[in-house]
Design a protein around this ligand. Structure first.
Ligand SMILES: CC(C)(COP(=O)(O)OP(=O)(O)OC[C@H]1O[C@@H](n2cnc3c(N)ncnc32)[C@H](O)[C@@H]1OP(=O)(O)O)[C@@H](O)C(=O)NCCC(=O)NCCS
Length: 219
């Protein structure tokens, strides 16, 4: 079902949303503890416009979220782990001055609202941040939750290539590809507690066509 902006608002997260966001995390990430209220408050304080939620207009119910921070990638490697890229989930490494890459730290939608186009709407809203802030690109790590089902016979690189070619469907990477992201490479150890993905992920990015690479940086 396509995202219908008449039914959902996409807006910056507010402190009143923290409990609902935590409840969604607990439902979609069974192997990870949800963000704490303190962590969400820190993200909100550091980069409020980069923490987006989708909420149902009729009820005010929080349906999903996309969390981002600005990184100067010369300080990091593109296939560093989530813990490193997010300063252990604190987002304390958000760099409002030199951060030319918007790092998509998390994207999740409540099971009650999946397949309504909300990931698509949240990704478009995030892309608008890249354009508005004149950033070079956005980068993320896509989980590969379908990989564990075939890992005995297929390498992670082959699995990702199959999803990119459209001959395999992954419940997360397929969504990101439909939303305009491109795969850079498969990486191991991006998440430490993701048995469905066997701790594999695909580094993904979207380049802002209106912003040339910053000096000294290349794709
Ligand atoms: C991945 C996730 C965010 C997708 O959210 P969503 O709101 O259901 O996705 P959308 O409805 O915007 O779907 C976007 C596209 O992907 C497709 N899609 C969605 N879920 C899919 C699935 N499980 N398998 C295949 N395709 C899927 C949709 O059909 C849509 O395609 P279309 O543009 O051709 O219509 C959601 O399933 C989720 O929260 N998963 C658990 C948390 C997680 O793993 N997040 C990813 C962190 S990297």
């Amino acid at each position: 079902m396509p995202f219908n902006s008449a039914d959902f608002d996409i807006r910056p997260m507010q402190p009143a949303d923290f409990a609902a966001v935590r409840a969604i995390c607990a439902r979609v990430y069974l192997d990870e503890p949800p963000y704490t209220e303190e962590e969400l408050a820190e993200h909100h304080a550091l980069f409020p416009q980069g923490q987006l939620v989708a909420s149902q207009r009729a009820t005010g119910t929080v349906a999903g979220a996309h969390f981002t921070l600005r990184l100067r990638m010369a300080d990091y490697h593109v296939d560093d782990s989530w813990d490193i890229l997010t300063a252990k989930g604190s987002f304390a490494d958000d760099d409002p001055v030199h951060g030319h890459t918007l790092y998509g730290a998390d994207l999740f939608v409540s099971p009650d609202f999946q397949r309504h186009g909300l990931a698509h709407g949240l990704t478009d809203a995030t892309r608008a941040i890249v354009v508005d802030e004149r950033l070079w690109r956005m980068v993320g790590g896509s989980r590969l939750p379908g990989y564990s089902q075939v890992a005995a016979t297929v390498s992670a690189e082959q699995y990702v290539a199959g999803v990119v070619a459209g001959v395999r469907i992954d419940p997360v990477l397929t969504v990101h590809l439909k939303d305009g992201w491109k795969v850079v490479r498969a990486v191991h150890g991006y998440m430490q507690h993701d048995p469905e993905s066997m701790n594999w992920a695909a580094v993904i990015q979207w380049i802002n066509p209106n912003c040339p690479p910053p000096e000294g940086m290349q794709l």
